[in-house]
Design a protein around this ligand. Structure first.
Ligand SMILES: [Zn+2]
Length: 506
């Protein structure tokens, strides 16, 4: 609040005797406000958890000053697809997220969420963390609740009604919408109609549908058609999460991909996408079994298909292999040469040994360098693409620590894929819009003070597949709800993060 001067007779009198609350003013900043407009040299004043002034003004004597020294001040980054909730309550500083400028993480992606959401949000309120947390409700989680172990089939009408009831409860608890993970169990066994029905329930609450689609390689075109169909039938905004063409055969076909999406938009489907700024995907190593016919690991043609059509032995990196830790960090090509067998046999043998250890609480991991850099850049330039990390606090993929720094350093500065202002818009205002978060994502009076101060000339990720837990450089200070959570190279210890519930009045 600024002091008010009122005209009284011939003199101005300062009214309002309450002392001005102490604030923080960030001066000498190049402010990029998230709108996509040009940067401005203005000051930003924060009181408590809000931005109260943006412009040229004199700080008050009681204000704390932060000298930005000409660096960029932007809204905090919104990670639209995050798994940083894994272990978050135990490691509330969330260094992986805040050290790259993420102030809000959107969890519950890929069809799995912390159930029931009302309880999870209450836990976050009782034991706060450094970042804000919003969540989708996961289709797989709802399916598990209703169908349990008997999930390898379509749901019955009664089961579907029960899932719909659970989804309604989660939407009322503040879920942003419905997420699905259709390449994974149990989502892979669902029919499209099941998803349409549940998406309709989410739409009733003005929610959205975000999907790890049914195939990102072999059947990617059919999978894109399915998500468009769901958007059209359920009348719900849909987002293809971590969009990619993860198969050599499809590389270079982003025109076909974006053409499909544009055509859907022209015919009334509000379809959008997010992407992570890396050419490798990561999952459990055993997931490759789903590519084998009938999931039968004795089927040599399954391994041949993977190695001929999807991935070369050099592009399969195994960060962690439980049955034989000596292989940790090696590619399939390297392991095959140690074992003096061909890659197809090696892959089958490794998967069989890994399957035998399933259920022991940990899993072997896989990093697959399956995407083409030119495709990633082309997807990024689509006007409806935002960025999500798909990362974890303690994951095997460098995206857990590096996503936003790599995006800003590599794709924006070095590759010039987008202007800095547009690049920032994609990870702030547009992200907030596409997942349905209000009051955040732009530097404007009244918004929550989620802010990042960074150096656009040096920002860069340092995490790699070999050392995935190294913080980035160039991200200097990060505030969440007006409190500093990251200061140069360390977490501050503050825990100002809040659960973010879908606004009722959206
Ligand atoms: Zn996913």
């Amino acid at each position: 609040m600024t002091r008010k001067w009122i005209f009284m007779g011939a003199m101005f009198v300062l009214v309002g005797c309450a002392p001005e609350p102490a604030g923080m003013v960030i001066v000498n900043a190049r402010v990029i406000d998230g709108s996509g407009g040009p940067s401005q040299s203005v000051s930003v004043r924060v009181v408590a958890d809000r931005i109260v002034d943006v412009g040229s003004f004199e700080p008050l004597a009681t204000d704390t000053l932060v000298d930005a020294r000409g660096l960029v001040l932007s809204p905090g980054f919104i990670d639209v697809h995050s798994h940083h909730d894994i272990g978050l309550l135990e490691t509330p500083g969330a260094l992986a997220a805040v050290s790259q400028g993420a102030t809000t993480i959107v969890v519950g992606a890929d069809g799995e969420h912390n159930f029931p959401l009302a309880e999870y949000f209450a836990r976050l309120e009782g034991s706060p963390v450094a970042v804000n947390v919003a969540s989708f409700a996961g289709h797989g989680t709802l399916r598990n609740q209703v169908m349990a172990a008997d999930y390898q089939r379509h749901a019955t009408d009664d089961e579907l009604a029960e899932m719909g009831g659970l989804l309604r409860t989660e939407m009322e608890a503040g879920a942003l919408g419905l997420s699905s993970g259709l390449e994974y169990d149990p989502g892979s066994f669902s029919s499209t109609d099941e998803l349409v029905e549940l998406a309709k329930e989410a739409a009733l609450h003005r929610g959205r549908y975000i999907s790890h689609i049914r195939s990102e390689d072999q059947y990617v075109w059919e999978a894109i058609d399915e998500v468009i169909h769901i958007g059209r039938e359920a009348q719900i905004p849909v987002q293809v999460t971590h969009m990619k063409l993860a198969m050599n055969r499809w590389w270079g076909q982003t025109d076909r991909l974006l053409g499909k999406l544009n055509k859907a938009r022209e015919t009334g489907v509000d379809i959008t996408a997010d992407v992570y700024p890396y050419p490798a995907w990561q999952t459990a190593f055993i997931w490759l079994r789903t590519v084998f016919p009938n999931r039968d690991l004795d089927r040599r043609d399954g391994a041949e298909y993977i190695l001929n059509d999807m991935l070369s032995p050099e592009t399969i990196l195994i960060p962690k292999y439980l049955p034989e830790p000596a292989y940790n960090g090696m590619t399939l090509a390297e392991i095959a040469s140690i074992r003096e067998t061909d890659p197809v046999t090696t892959l089958m043998d490794l998967l069989k040994a890994d399957a035998a250890m399933e259920g022991e609480g940990a899993e072997s991991s896989l990093l697959a360098f399956a995407m083409d850099e030119a495709d990633i850049e082309s997807i990024m330039t689509w006007p409806h693409t935002v960025i999500g990390s798909d990362g974890e606090l303690d994951g095997a993929h460098p995206r857990g620590f590096g996503t936003f720094a790599r995006y800003l350093g590599h794709y924006i500065r070095e590759r010039n894929v987008l202007s800095l202002e547009e690049g920032i818009r994609r990870i702030t205002t547009l992200s907030a819009e596409q997942v349905g978060i209000s009051g955040r994502g732009s530097i404007q009076v009244g918004n929550y003070a989620d802010l990042v101060l960074f150096d656009p000339d040096t920002v860069a990720a340092r995490s790699t597949p070999e050392t995935p837990h190294v913080p980035s450089v160039g991200i200097l200070m990060v505030w969440v709800n007006g409190q500093l959570v990251f200061d140069r190279d360390k977490a501050s210890g503050n825990r100002p993060g809040k659960p973010i519930r879908r606004p009722d009045d959206e």
